[in-house]
Design a protein around this ligand. Sequence first.
Ligand code: UD1
Ligand code: UDP
Length: 365
Amino acid sequence: MKILCVVGTRPEAIKMAPVILALQAVPQFEVRVLATAQHRHMLDQVLNFFGITPDIDLNIMRPNQTLSALTARLLLELGGVLEAEKPDVVLAQGDTTTVMTVALACFYHRVPFGHVEAGLRTGDINNPFPEEANRVIAGRLAHWHFAPTESSRANLLRENVANAEIFVTGNTVIDALLMTAQRDIEIGVQLDDSKRLVLITSHRRENFGEPFRNICRALRSLAGRNPDIQLLYAVHPNPNVKDVAHAMLSDCDNIVLCEPLDYAPFIAAMKKSYMIISDSGGVQEEAPALGKPVLVLRDETERPEAVDMGVVKLVGPNYERILEEAQRLLDDRSAYEAMARGVSPYGDGDASQRIVKVLQEFANR
Ligand code: UD1
Ligand code: UDP
């Protein structure tokens, strides 16, 4: 059986890598890897780390690409690949433009599509933008729904997806984390070890503009009020983020702005951190497993499990809430310990094996 695995951005590569490696170990599968390269450098570094070489590379990324142009170019290219490759099954992960267009191209070409990380929902089509729409579309078109948790299964059942098409596997992000976290890897950034480390990432489109400036103002104030901490901010290369972050934060003594960290150094930075402030989906899943509190720079999340367990807190792109909750974690030991418990609601490290098993059963039918 020929399985085409598609990756476009950094988080897709991280979450598909364990699946690709597990599929490659099964002799009855012919595994092909397609990189759309919606991200370029950030995708390449992950694939290199996991030793995965794409068989096909669409090299789609353009500087500051728009959603419409990206979607149109992806759909055209993907149609051609499906015609040429004729896969029996296509797999893609998550809620990016790559995944939405892959699902649509598979529908047009009548190829069964397996959606990894299926069923995440906020219920608000505008938040996160455009990811909620992307995953709703991918979910509507998928043949297999590999849902990470029972609550994502419940979301799919509410949308009338048949229970027999849903497989609760855990999130493959934890498979990747367990493959990586034990390794002794340097962060590769000069840090002041006498200071507590606060790790920052931010890239959501719905925060662009004033909300993102609020986030930067809050980070400035947090750093100014607490000379005993150091903020390490791995700045996303999207110009809407990068230009503003550098303009607003580069003159603060205890804020270090760096390029996106490679995956393993980023995990090392998470392990070293005291707490994390982020709007990343993947970070919300990884940090609880590493026992690190996360303040999420959003008002809602499609990942409610860690919030319900009290180890992740939503603070929005809101100046006062960011400062108040970050200061509480810095000053109040018991509040900190309640959030730094080390729980893993998103997986046990075997999600990829469960996906492989489902596809083996399909191949053997
Ligand atoms: C994309 C996804 C988002 C995901 C995020 C993960 C869409 C619409 N958005 O957002 O869901 O959470 O990736 O990081 O699918 N760039 C580079 N080098 C890179 C990568 C990006 O320079 O390696 C710059 C380019 O100018 C590019 C821009 O970032 O045009 C935006 O990239 P894009 O993939 O469109 O959106 P992201 O904000 O990265
Ligand atoms: N990550 C990384 N380097 C960084 C920041 C994040 O390797 O500088 C990893 C992180 O460990 C997680 C993933 O990238 O697995 C999250 O990607 P991102 O935040 O870009 O996207 P999202 O998860 O929000 O879609």
